[in-house]
Write a protein that binds this ligand. Structure first.
Ligand code: FMN
Ligand code: SF4
Ligand code: SF4
Length: 268
């Protein structure tokens, strides 16, 4: 429920103009909320009001910050250089990622946009039970690899890699899934777009914190394949695992950026 403070409201109409579902009316130079009118609690009315006259009752208004008080600028060159320099990390030190760091990474997910502002993205964090989870995934990938080999249709090197991963893990404990990362975040949602947008922003925060990560597509595929794993993860109704982040302190140091294919673009 959006509430307007009529003592403060000057009837400028900026909130109504910026409300996408048109849930705000202006009458007698005062804003009012049109109840049951598809408000998605996006907070645009709060953000745009010059008089700070708007609040959403169900949300924590104490976390709202005045933009003049925070630096929110991203220099374009710094940003593109970050994207060029970031690498998938497949070698981690033993140093532990702190709970504060994980909370910052989660904040990046929480403040990412979602369709209709539904905010239906969930995070399952593995730290203490990471060994158990890793074993379950490596076992599942072995099963998937066996199935592919039995079918006789092999369209990628992954099934053989999964078998090698399994054998090396069982024989020497070698971890080619999470590469001994100490923190794994499973991201699930009813919307693949919402999950992946959150994940990409979380990735940027990971590197901003001086950490590194890999997206574990193998884990995503194993979770998709196994209802047992879906139950183990306690997925919400209608949610699927869309991506998995394995996070830690990088052991490897890169010296330069890498070349990439040209962008595949149509200009009309
Ligand atoms: C959706 C997605 C899934 C991925 N899955 C895995 C994975 O399961 N294991 C792995 O080692 N790397 C995985 N990667 C990392 C890619 O192989 C890597 O991004 C790519 O080779 C380019 O390297 P770079 O990230 O260092 O630029 C994944 C990347 C993405 C975006
Ligand atoms: S933006 Fe603020 S001041 Fe302007 S009409 Fe809306 S509530 Fe009133
Ligand atoms: S929260 Fe968003 S949708 Fe709801 S009244 Fe404000 S601007 Fe409109």
């Amino acid at each position: 429920m959006v509430v307007f403070d009529h003592e403060k409201c000057i009837g400028c109409g900026l909130c109504a103009a910026d409300c996408f579902p048109r849930a705000i009316g202006i009458e007698n130079r005062k804003a009012y909320f049109i109840e049951n009118h598809n408000c998605m609690e996006c907070g645009h009315c709060i953000a745009v009001c010059p008089r700070s006259a708007v609040k959403i009752e169900s949300l924590d208004m104490d976390e709202v910050q005045e933009l003049q008080d925070i630096s929110n600028c991203i220099d374009p060159e710094t940003y593109i250089n970050h994207l060029k320099a970031r690498r998938t990390i497949r070698s981690f030190t033993d140093e532990t990622v702190s709970t504060e760091q994980i909370n910052m990474i989660l904040e990046a997910g929480r403040f990412s946009p979602t369709g209709g502002n539904r905010q239906t993205v969930a995070y399952h964090i593995f730290r203490d039970r990471i060994s158990e989870f890793r074993s379950l995934i490596i076992d599942e990938l072995k099963t998937m690899g066996d199935e592919v080999r039995a079918s006789g249709i092999r369209d990628s090197w992954y099934p053989d890699f999964w078998l090698d991963m399994y054998n090396e893990f069982k024989a020497e404990g070698r971890d080619s899934l999470f590469f001994n990362a100490g923190t794994v975040i499973v991201i699930s949602s009813d919307s693949p777009q919402a999950a992946m947008i959150a994940a990409a922003h979380m990735e940027t925060m990971v590197y901003a914190l001086g950490l590194g990560m890999l997206y574990s597509g193998f884990t995503t595929r194993a979770a998709e394949h196994s209802t047992g794993l879906q139950e183990y993860l306690g997925l919400k109704e209608g949610y699927k695992v869309w991506t998995v982040l394995a996070i830690g302190y990088p052991k490897v140091k890169y010296q330069r950026t890498v070349p990439r294919k040209k962008a595949d673009v149509i200009w009309d």
